[in-house]
Design a protein around this ligand. Sequence first.
Ligand SMILES: NC(=O)c1ccc[n+]([C@@H]2O[C@H](COP(=O)([O-])OP(=O)(O)OC[C@H]3O[C@@H](n4cnc5c(N)ncnc54)[C@H](OP(=O)(O)O)[C@@H]3O)[C@@H](O)[C@H]2O)c1
Length: 160
Amino acid sequence: MVSIIVAIAQNGTIGDKNSLLWHIKEDMRFFRTTTSGHAVIMGRKTFESLGSKPLPKRTNIVITRSERSFEGALTAHSLQEAIRMAGDDEEIFIIGGAQIYAEALTVADRMYITRVERDYEGDTSFPKIDYSVWKLLSEQRFERGEEYESPFAFMTYERR
Ligand SMILES: NC(=O)c1ccc[n+]([C@@H]2O[C@H](COP(=O)([O-])OP(=O)(O)OC[C@H]3O[C@@H](n4cnc5c(N)ncnc54)[C@H](OP(=O)(O)O)[C@@H]3O)[C@@H](O)[C@H]2O)c1
C-alpha cells in the first residue's frame, strides 16, 4: 500500500522557503510513529529541508532528476522507481513535498492529512484534492495542542 502523509493549513499551504510553517508536537509524534519502520519517499527539496539527514529507523528514498546521491538515503529518478525500491514494505509513505505529492495523488491508496485549522502564508501548497475519490476513515480533532494554540485534526482517507 502507498500512503501520503502531510500536514496542510486551512488555505492549502504546506511550507515556505523550504521549511515547515508550524511546530505541532502531536503532529511530529504522529508522523514519527506512523512512518517508523517503513520506507519514506521524498523529493530532493524535502530531503534538504530535513537538513539533508535521513529520518532514523526508516528507509529513506530521495527522488531527483540529477545524478546526485544523498548520504544515508537511496536515490530514485521517478516516483515509480522509488516505489519499486521500497520493495515489499506493506505500507510505503510519500512524505512530500508538493511536487511529489502531485504525482502521488494518482497512485496513493491512503492519505493521512493533519488539517491545521489556520491560514499560513507560504510559497508551497498541497495540490487540489478531489474528495469525490476519497472516503474518510477516521478523524480525531484537537482544540489545541500541548504547545500549539490553534485547532488541528488527524484525518485518514482511503481511495474509494
Ligand atoms: N506540511 C507538510 O506535511 C510537508 C511535507 C513535506 C514537505 N513540505 C514542504 O514542502 C516544500 C518542498 O516541496 P517542493 O514541492 O518545493 O519540493 P519537493 O517535492 O520536496 O522536491 C522537488 C524536487 O524533487 C525532484 N523531483 C520532482 N519531481 C520529479 C520527477 N518526476 N522525477 C525526478 N525528480 C523529481 C526534483 O529534484 P532535483 O531538482 O534534484 O532534480 C525537484 O526539484 C518545503 O517547504 C517543505 O517544508 C511540507
